[in-house]
Design a protein around this ligand. Structure first.
Ligand code: SF4
Ligand code: SF4
Length: 79
């Protein structure tokens, strides 16, 4: 069974380049269609479940805007 995870994007640093969106193997990231950050970009966000905590998005982000969390069984129960 693949790991379960989630990401948190630091809106301030995201410049909406879309790299994370394009590499996510489970396609759970989008550029927030109705939200802008203070620099005027639509920031990336996880919009549905299915993150497997592979960290590919965090590795490709040129601005280190993504933090990946691997959910433990206890955390999954609390989520
Ligand atoms: S950690 Fe992997 S599965 Fe999760 S959002 Fe990033 S690229 Fe997608
Ligand atoms: S790779 Fe980084 S800067 Fe580019 S859209 Fe994703 S979070 Fe934003």
């Amino acid at each position: 069974m693949p790991a379960k995870g989630k990401i948190v994007v630091n809106d301030f640093y995201c410049k909406a380049c879309g790299l994370c969106v394009s590499v996510c193997p489970t396609q759970v990231i989008q550029l927030a269609p109705e939200r802008l950050n203070v620099r005027g970009y639509h920031p990336a966000e996880q919009f549905q479940d299915g993150c497997i905590a592979c960290a590919t998005c965090a590795m490709v982000c040129p601005d280190a805007a993504i933090t990946v969390y691997r959910l433990t069984p206890v955390a999954e129960q609390e989520a």
